[in-house]
Design a protein around this ligand. Structure first.
Ligand code: PLP
Length: 444
């Protein structure tokens, strides 16, 4: 179908000349493995708006892939970074004691679910957080295997890639991966793996783990940990049914298996609570985070009960983890979340969701809208009955949105994800949604 939506005068010749030249240079020297959907070339940003190097303005519904909780160039984050950089930038938390890392660890222990003593291991990214969680689970349990879920994404290094299964391409020509990782069906309510009512779907998946996987594939006393994305991110912003996480917690309790919540994408306020798992009142054993924590600087962490942190000195470490500048940015980010951003996420998220909820009735290509807070997914389908993901159309709409001045990202086979900065105003939210509505209408 051909779009009837015309780009605005401001954006119609994208990419502009400077962007075009930069993309050509990038093509020559940057690895082709990255997943660029359209040629946006960053110049600068403010709040939820960005400008490219040709001076064109865009609304940012990506936040640099769910990272920039406080938006672009937030003065409090810039000040925290600047002040810390003037004091010292690096001094290897692996070998020395860093006050900023201790303060952040104390803060993370306070804001994560679970009323017990916790300890923190700092990393530089989401994948590294999950690798650390895997090693910790091995150390604590002495067991060899892991269970994770189909459609999950946990990162791109060998351990986390072995846990993930969102796209076969990630693993192509990289096999064999880690032995002893078993994938369970994920309770996707829109494309359920079992023919049961949605309110029993989570329990059905957990029963499958217990009665099929643990009977035929791996005994529970061999499982070092169960990894779950509280809300699946790269897999399509899929929110599990309410019975799932409590049933999974119960299974883990009965077999003394650590439950690891990967909140790399859903954490740090994105869903309107500090961590998404709080929506279900479930306390994981290990919580893994990155993306939103560092105010845009590379930082990740795992937080675990002190009783689990059994690994001895030297068992695990890194050079950059707990970098003081990133920790200062994280402390400023958490302060903003607690004082204003969580409230804004709930308010603007509810406003956006109310508008999104009208879309399945208005646009036949919209199969489902879903999400929490400002983690919102729009599932585009070729056919409402088969629910076949409209992959190419989704990519086309994301590209056309770029030409209209709106930055979007896909997720899963046919979904568009909206993960704007949590500082997004209602006016900018509406301006962005109007562009998207126009495009959906043109293609319906
Ligand atoms: N876990 C989840 C849920 C993610 O969404 C991501 C990244 O998208 C990762 C892990 C990997 O994080 P990183 O890209 O920082 O390694």
């Amino acid at each position: 179908m051909v779009s009837t939506v015309k780009p605005t005068a401001e954006t119609q010749h994208l990419p502009g000349p400077k962007a075009e030249a930069l993309v050509a240079r990038d093509d020559r020297v940057i690895s082709p493995s990255y997943t660029r959907s359209y040629p946006f070339v960053m110049d600068h940003g403010k709040g939820s708006e960005v400008w490219d190097i040709d001076g064109r303005r865009f609304i940012d519904f990506t936040a640099g892939v769910a990272v920039l909780v406080a938006g672009h160039a937030h003065p409090a984050i810039v000040e925290a970074i600047t002040k810390q950089a003037q004091k010292y930038i690096h001094m290897a938390g692996t070998d020395f004691y860093l006050p900023e890392a201790v303060e952040l660890a104390e803060t993370l222990a306070r804001i994560t679910p679970g009323d017990y003593e916790k300890q923190v291991f700092f990393t530089n990214s989401g994948t590294e957080s999950n690798e650390a969680a895997m090693k910790l689970c091995h150390w604590y349990t002495g067991r060899p295997a892991f269970i994770s879920f189909l459609g999950a994404f946990h990162g791109r290094t060998y351990g986390s890639m072995s846990l993930g299964s969102s796209k076969a391409l990630h693993r192509t020509r990289c096999q064999p991966l880690l032995a002893g990782v078993y994938h369970a069906p994920y309770p996707n309510p829109y494309r359920p793996p079992f023919d049961v009512p949605t309110e029993r779907l989570g329990r059905a998946c957990v029963d499958y783990i217990e009665h099929t996987m643990m009977k035929h594939l791996v005994r529970p006393d061999e499982v070092a940990g169960i990894f779950v994305e509280t809300i699946q991110g790269e897999g399509g912003y899929v929110v599990p049914p309410d019975d799932f996480l409590p049933a999974l917690r119960d299974l883990c309790d009965r077999y003394e298996i650590p439950l690891v919540a990967d909140e790399v994408q859903s954490g740090m306020g994105r869903t309107g609570k500090m961590f998404a798992i709080e929506h279900w009142g479930v306390v994981p054993d290990v919580i893994s985070m990155a993306k939103g924590i560092g105010g845009g600087l590379p930082l990740g962490a795992i937080v675990a009960p002190k009783r689990m942190m059994t690994w001895p000195s030297g068992a695990h470490a890194n050079t950059f983890g707990g970098n003081p500048v990133a920790c200062a940015a994280a402390l400023a980010t958490i302060k903003l979340l607690e004082t204003e951003l969580l409230a804004n996420t709930n308010e603007v998220g509810a406003h956006m969701m109310a508008r999104l909820q009208t879309w399945p009735d208005r646009f036949p290509i919209v199969g489902e809208v879903r999400g929490r807070g400002l983690m919102l997914g729009i599932d585009l389908v070729e056919d409402r009955t088969t629910r076949t993901p409209a992959h190419d159309l989704r990519d086309q709409i994301v590209d056309e949105a770029f030409h209209r001045g709106l930055l979007l990202l896909g997720a899963g086979a046919g979904a568009i994800r909206l993960c704007p900065p949590l500082i997004l105003t209602q006016d900018l939210a509406d301006e962005g949604l109007t562009i998207l509505e126009d495009l959906l209408a043109a293609h319906s």
